[in-house]
Structure formats: structure tokens, C-alpha cells
Ligand binder design. Structure first.
Ligand SMILES: Nc1ncnc2c1ncn2[C@@H]1O[C@H](COP(=O)(O)OP(=O)(O)OP(=O)(O)O)[C@@H](O)[C@H]1O
Ligand SMILES: [Mg+2]
Length: 365
């Protein structure tokens, strides 16, 4: 006898409701026949408001959708449309991949799955940055270690040599000593980067960390800037290592201040609560990152030729930059299961850090 396979989920509705990406059923008349909860969130409308509405009135899709619908029905096979802009009318377009598939039992109905590329790509990129950073840093650390020893020898020999030299020649040995010192300092920074310890996380008030960073910036590299605080004081605590969190803000404020050397005068620190950023990671539970911190400057913006790579280690647009600042920020944020994104045009650069809320049990800390 053939064994009977018992389906663990006999209720199709459960599968539909659990689909983590926006999904719609569209009838022959082009109207919404069903929408799943992720679809309701994406469209910012309840299923009651959506049902029976012409789908292309609710979703503005930058692709010949009617043609795609009729082809999927005619060929009885799915259609994939990648990299299209999708808007709901109320918000900025989101780049998405679409899948349109005729229903097995009734090809008049089409299932439309919408995968916002935005989050998928950014998530992928942050993770690849993390692993790229790891291997690049591993190698740099090894090199740093190997180079520091002979450098100490070179510098020592130059100092010995300088003793028997006249003033003019001593300038040259001084140059050797000074330059080796500069390289050693750089190598130490690289070594330090590799040594970032795992975060010791606890409930932390974001504004305390921001404040520490702001004060330290104001007495140093950001003394020429005006720093405006635009805080939502009701934000609950995040779950972070306070020192590492402060380091993140400090690095971002430092970059903003350095970018504003030529043009720009103001850095705005903004905090707000926004539930819309949910990350579904490949492994583990989906996470909500409602605590947002923006570091906004009115400087010249990120140079387009490096914009795609600024989170990679050793990418710098500054003469004396090591290019480790943002790689470190990215590593720390990633260790905190947070998210960082950037939006930059001349006159307005926004780095946004999104963080989780501390678990309820931690809040008393
Ligand atoms: N707010 C900003 N405005 C304009 N460009 C920026 C801004 N923040 C970062 N950048 C660009 O991104 C580059 C990389 O930044 P990152 O902090 O990683 O390195 P760095 O500042 O050059 O060196 P380091 O931080 O290691 O001293 C910068 O050199 C700069 O060109
Ligand atoms: Mg920097």
C-alpha cells in the first residue's frame, strides 16, 4: 500500500497569509480578488478597501502590465518582470521584481507576487560587505603585522645614522623617521579595525549615545559646524553596545564635518519612530527596525564615482582618509542586526541608521 502523505498545512489560507512578500490575486476583469497581509502593508490599504478595485488603479507599474496579464493567461505559464518601478500613488517608486502566474485551477485568475528589490538588494549588499570586509581586513591585518616589524628596524637605523650627519642630511633621515611613523599609525588603525570585539548589548537610550558623539565632535573635528538636534524624545531604548553605537554616530558626524570643509555649515541629527522597515533575513526571524537616526549634512554630497562602494573598506574620497570609517560603521550595525542606508545629492546627504527596540525584559537595565 502506498503511504498517505499528510500535508502539514491543509489550509491554503494560512500559506497565503504567511507569504512574506506582497501578493495579489487578479481576476479576468483586472480587479483585485484577494490580497495577502504583506500586500495590504505594501499598498497601505486594507483588503476590504482593495477587493474589487482595478489593480492597475492601485498599483502604478512602469511596465506593460495588461499585456503581461494576457500573455500569462494565454500561455498558461508564469511571467517574470524584473527591475520595474512600482508606486502606490502615495509614495516614491520602489524597484521591484514581479512574478505573474495563472492559478492552477482557474487561469482567469492570476497571482501577482511583488518583491521589492530595494530591501532584498540592500540586505544582500550589507551582508556581502560584511564578508568582503572580513577577508580584506584579515589580509590587511596580516600585512600590517608583517610590515610593522621591519619598519621599526628602518626607523631605528635611520635614527642611528642621523647621529653622525650634518643638518642638511639629517633632514632626510628625519623624513624617513617621520614617514615610517605615519605608516605605523595607519597600520595600527587597520589592526584596530580587525579587533572590534563582539558587541555587549543592553538597553541603551539612543539620545545618550548621540549626545556623547555630538559633544566629542563639537570640541574637535566638528567645531566649525552647527549641529542641530531634532529628536523624538519618546523613542524607546535600543538594544546595543553603547560604546560601539557612539562610535557609529561619531564616524558619521566626522564624515559629515569633513565633507563640509568646503561647502556646508550644518549637521542635523534626527531621530524618529517608523515601523515600515522590516527585514527578513535569510536565516532567523524577521526583524522590525523602528528606531531611526539620521545624520544629515548640507555639504557637497558623496562623489558619484565612489558612491556605490563607500561601505567597502579602504574606499575613500579624501586625501588622507583610510576608508575604514564606514566599513566599521557597517560592521557594527550589522552586528547589531540593524540597517544603514544613504541618500546623497549635492546639498543634502542623509545617512540613516535603523535599529531594533530593546526586548521588554531589558528595559529596566
Ligand atoms: N557625509 C558625507 N558627505 C560626502 N561624502 C561622504 C560623506 N560621508 C562619507 N563620504 C565619502 O565616503 C568616503 C568613505 O568614508 P569613510 O568614513 O569610510 O572613510 P574616510 O572618511 O575617507 O576615512 P576614515 O573614516 O577611515 O578616516 C569618504 O572619504 C567620503 O568621500
Ligand atoms: Mg570617515
Amino acid at each position: 500500500m502506498t503511504p498517505v502523505y499528510r500535508q502539514p498545512y491543509p489550509v491554503p489560507g494560512v500559506i497565503w497569509a504567511s507569504l512574506p512578500i506582497p501578493a495579489l490575486l487578479v481576476g479576468l476583469d483586472g480587479r483585485v480578488a484577494e490580497v495577502n497581509p504583506a500586500g495590504e502593508i505594501f499598498l497601505n490599504l486594507s483588503s476590504r478597501a482593495l477587493m474589487g478595485q482595478p489593480v492597475l488603479d492601485r498599483l502604478v507599474i512602469d511596465a506593460p502590465m495588461e499585456e503581461a496579464f494576457s500573455r500569462a493567461r494565454k500561455n498558461q505559464s508564469p511571467i517574470f518582470i524584473n527591475d520595474v518601478d512600482v508606486t502606490t500613488g502615495e509614495r516614491a517608486p520602489v524597484q521591484c521584481n514581479l512574478q505573474i502566474a495563472p492559478m492552477n485551477d482557474n487561469a482567469d485568475f492570476l497571482m501577482v507576487l511583488i518583491s521589492p528589490r530595494d530591501i532584498a538588494d540592500r540586505l544582500g549588499r550589507s551582508m556581502s560587505v560584511k564578508s568582503a570586509a572580513k577577508s580584506a581586513i584579515g589580509m590587511a591585518e596580516m600585512l600590517a603585522h608583517e610590515i610593522k616589524n621591519p619598519l621599526a628596524g628602518i626607523s631605528g637605523a635611520a635614527q642611528l645614522l642621523s647621529m653622525g650627519l650634518n643638518a642638511e642630511d639629517r633632514e632626510l633621515t628625519d623624513l624617513i623617521v617621520e614617514e615610517t611613523r605615519r605608516i605605523v599609525k595607519l597600520l595600527e588603525q587597520v589592526e584596530q579595525f580587525g579587533n572590534v570585539r563582539p558587541p555587549e548589548r543592553r538597553a541603551v537610550n539612543i539620545h545618550d549615545a548621540l549626545d556623547r558623539a555630538r559633544k566629542s565632535a563639537m570640541v574637535g573635528f566638528a567645531a566649525h559646524m552647527q549641529i542641530i538636534e531634532d529628536y523624538d524624545p519618546s523613542l524607546p531604548p535600543t538594544y546595543a553596545d553603547p560604546d560601539q553605537l557612539m562610535q557609529v554616530f561619531l564616524n558619521l558626524i566626522k564624515n559629515a564635518a569633513e565633507a563640509c570643509k568646503t561647502t556646508g555649515t550644518t549637521i542635523r541629527l534626527r531621530t524618529f519612530y517608523d515601523l515600515s522597515l522590516r527585514l527578513r533575513r535569510k536565516l532567523g526571524k524577521p526583524s522590525v527596525l523602528p528606531l531611526n537616526v539620521e545624520i544629515i549634512d548640507d555639504g557637497p554630497g558623496i562623489a558619484p564615482e565612489i558612491a556605490a562602494d563607500i561601505f567597502e573598506p579602504f574606499v575613500s574620497g579624501r586625501e588622507n582618509g583610510t576608508g575604514l570609517g564606514l566599513a566599521l560603521v557597517s560592521k557594527i550595525i550589522s552586528d547589531h542586526e540593524g540597517w544603514i542606508q544613504v541618500d546623497s545629492v549635492p546639498g543634502r546627504t542623509v545617512f540613516r541608521v535603523s535599529l531594533p527596540v530593546a526586548p521588554k525584559s531589558m528595559e529596566a537595565d
